[in-house]
Design a protein around this ligand. Structure first.
Ligand code: CP
Length: 307
């Protein structure tokens, strides 16, 4: 690796070479996970989650445990956050107990990066999602899933559809896939769910899903991020599904064998039909599995200096 990774808060803080090396390592782990087990015995990982999570929190825990690390899980609910403790004080408190890695999910943008600046040498901060800004380890597992399905990133014509505006998954995936040389990214969603910032740079924007899907060879559907929406009407679920949901008929407009992805959690019958989510073209469960491999690769890489 050209420079050692200390923290992982945003994909654009990594070089393309570092990202390729993380993906190569995750791929190697996927082929022989046992060879990597217990290679970080005695190290400690703390999951510090201020928002709900199933996949991210559990896969960081599973990844760390496969590597032989101790894991401590802290949720804002039930912790001294409820007594008014600030994020910074909570971080310093956890850091004083000597963890190697602190995985942070927080509703406000930029907080993982702020904590990384406060970290002592040997403590690695990982962003598990900050507001609408970034979810870099999700991008890593999405890229691994695509890497396993295509010979080259340049071949990929990926549609990302739904609530792009409030999606940290979309922002991180777009940035990472562009750094890896993806062929084309098409964004599709209702106008109120399209971002007004630089997220769309280098992408093609569509205002109907059928046109976006035509000829695509990968489609990633995104849920409506209800918890981040204020000042906008939440669309009616049935109407949204008719216009913006991925069903079998729409999928038929894509290239034959087009892969279907979703970061989860899914809202079946809203952005994706059950038949598509569970169908033969779906890579959704593989994404979850790849979350384990990608996060093992990340933990191995961050803690390499101390190995
Ligand atoms: N994809 C994702 O971040 O899922 P969780 O919210 O369940 O962690």
């Amino acid at each position: 690796m050209n420079e050692r990774l200390t923290h992982f808060t945003e994909v654009s803080h990594c070089s393309p070479q570092q990202l390729q090396e993380l993906l190569d390592l995750a791929h190697k782990i996927s082929q022989d996970i046992r060879a990597f087990e217990n290679t970080r015995t005695g190290r400690m990982l703390v999951n510090l989650f201020y928002e709900a999570s199933t996949r991210t929190r559990v896969s960081f825990e599973a990844a760390a445990k496969r590597l032989g690390m101790h894991v401590i899980n802290i949720s804002a609910t039930g912790s001294s956050v409820e007594k008014g403790e600030t994020l910074t004080d909570t971080f310093y408190t956890i850091q004083a107990m000597g963890p190697d890695c602190i995985v942070v999910r927080h509703p406000e943008e930029g907080n993982a990066a702020k904590l990384a600046e406060l970290a002592e040498p040997g403590v690695h901060v990982i962003n598990a999602g900050d507001g609408t800004a970034a979810h870099p380890s999700q991008a890593l597992l999405d890229a691994l899933t695509l890497k396993q399905s295509f010979q080259d990133f340049g071949e990929i014509r990926l549609v990302m559809a739904g609530d792009i505006r409030h999606s940290r998954v979309a922002r991180s995936a777009i940035r990472l896939l562009q750094m890896l040389g993806v062929g084309e990214i098409r964004l599709a969603g209702p106008p109120e769910f399209m971002p007004g910032d630089g997220t769309t740079r280098g992408t093609r924007v569509f205002n109907d899903l059928d046109s976006a899907v035509e000829g695509a060879n990968a489609i990633m559907m995104l849920r409506i991020q209800r918890e981040r929406i204020s000042g906008l009407d939440i669309p009616d679920a049935d109407e949204y599904h008719r216009e913006w949901g991925l069903n079998a008929e729409r999928l038929g407009l894509a290239s034959q064998g087009c892969h279907v992805l979703h970061p989860g959690p899914m809202n079946r019958g809203v952005e994706i039909a059950s038949g598509v989510a569970d169908g033969s073209q779906s890579l959704i469960r593989r994404q979850v599995r790849n979350g384990l491999y990608s996060r093992m690769a990340l933990l191995l890489t961050l803690t390499r200096a101390q190995a």
